[in-house]
Design a protein around this ligand. Sequence first.
Ligand code: FAD
Length: 561
Amino acid sequence: MSNWDKEVDILVVGSGAGGLLAGLVGAHNRADVLIVEKADLWGGTSATSGGGIWIPRSDVAKAAGFEDNLDDAFTYLRALSADNVPDENIRAFVDNAAPMLRWVMANTPVQYMAFPYPDYHAENPGGSAQGYRTHLPLPISGKPLGNEVRSLRFASPAASLFGYINWHFTETSELLYRTKGWIKNLAVSMARYWLDLPFRLTSRKDRRLTLGNALTGGLRMALNDRGVPLWLNTPLIDLVREGDRVTGAIVEKDGKPYRIGVRQGVVLAAGGFDKNQTMRNANAPLYPTAQYSGGVTSNTGDSIRAGEAIGARTLNLQSAWAAPVFYVPGEDRGRLCTVERALPGCIMVNQSGKRYLNEAASYHIVGQQMARRDAEHGDANPSWMIFDHTYRHKFPMGPLYPLMPTFLHSKGVRSILKQGRSIEELARKIGVDPATLSETVARFNTHAAKGEDPEFHRGEAAYDKMYGDFRHVPNPCLRPLDKGPFYALPIYPGDIGTNGGLLTNAKAQVLDDTGEPITGLYAVGNNAASAMGESYPGAGVTIGPAMTSAYVAARHMTGAN
Ligand code: FAD
């Protein structure tokens, strides 16, 4: 087929971490690259995220004194992943992850530190209780982006202060525990933000980029240095396949179809079907509500469907990166709940007022347990997060800030917060049987006072303890709920994106129904079926593999490997 409106070597669809890195590695290897993005903002869910990446045996972890072993990492992932995920896909990730990170740190402003963040199943063979496989990006200035910083997606409210001041992980923890000097440091951060003049007069965007903003912002800076264009408001509509080869794609530009021919191939990096309610109903009934997904609204599975339309095979579409989320009315996505569940002075109950899980487990495990519980018993969507006055004063809970009176919170937040002078009164306000909730709290309190949770073992695993209050003994995750008033917030089984998608091989090539690669078609990130199957082995296992596949795909397309 000829009559293309434009021809390039590589067309990248989507501007999350996977798409940006695929474009960058392609351009570095001398390909003429174009990135198209459906939304009017770039960065995808990646920009709103923590930007954490799970990378076994990295150079930075080694420099921090952590000796890792790739066979251990493979053993750990293989056992957790689904049986239908080929060994070669897991191996490809394990083997290429550290070289990918080395490349990124050598060729972009993005720099990572290894973090002592325990694996989510650290007790399993090959798991790391010390951590140092999770890496976090260091903050960078967004000023080199010029005006493009304005169209970079804001960090999620769950990963920023007041939804607009960008925070690094270490700053969050300083504020969370109000460690020495926190007031001064908070004041310095606020002053830095407000004194970014005259920019402050025209934008709420924080130009100090952290977490997912630092990752995507830094990748975009490197793309700009290489002159790679990124077109906003340009959704992929269809792929063009001729014989066994993808030769181009049709996008929509200025409201009209626009045909782009490719000499080397197309990289699909357009995320999952997070916000497509119809695709969820058909494929992922365990995670039923598109509105509660933390993914960005433009992730509607377009490129999964475009792949299927030209004969690509899919895998594990029933799966998602599960997570408990708070939902504030009027917002376009759920707010991931990570830390709060592990802090002392709160419990989660179902609609009968009973605990049914270890609140402090990883968000994926809790999200899956909530979803399964609701599917079986119909009493966990929503569940209720119950906390006492001491908790309310000391720690954040979802959209609620400590020390900030309730009336200063938004109307949406106030509309979901329930309060009672006693547990019984609170129970009546949330429609739960008062006697059952009182009994649940009394039983929890008896054991929590001794630092024990015989029912659900909260605070025993390395991961639980990491997010607990390290000053609280004997168990950083457990304290009786004993001081009124008492509070409740609804919490939902949600996700931070779907993770089933197009089936790929070790080179990130999309496979067809016969299991053969479709030449010139690659898929990365949540657009592809994850090598993790339905598991979540550690912080950063969505973006780490997305970037690693992007690195592998672009090198393969350009003949570098
Ligand atoms: P995205 O980053 O979502 O990018 C997809 C892009 O494709 C979007 O910009 C979208 O608009 C675009 N697109 C969609 N359709 C089309 C189309 N038809 N044409 C063109 N473009 C299209 N994961 C981690 O590993 N580490 C973390 O620290 C972490 N923290 C998180 C924190 C929060 C609050 C949330 C919500 C998620 C977090 N996640 C984290 C999950 C992670 O952000 C996502 O799984 C990951 O970013 C997905 O990357 P991606 O490149 O596949 O998609």
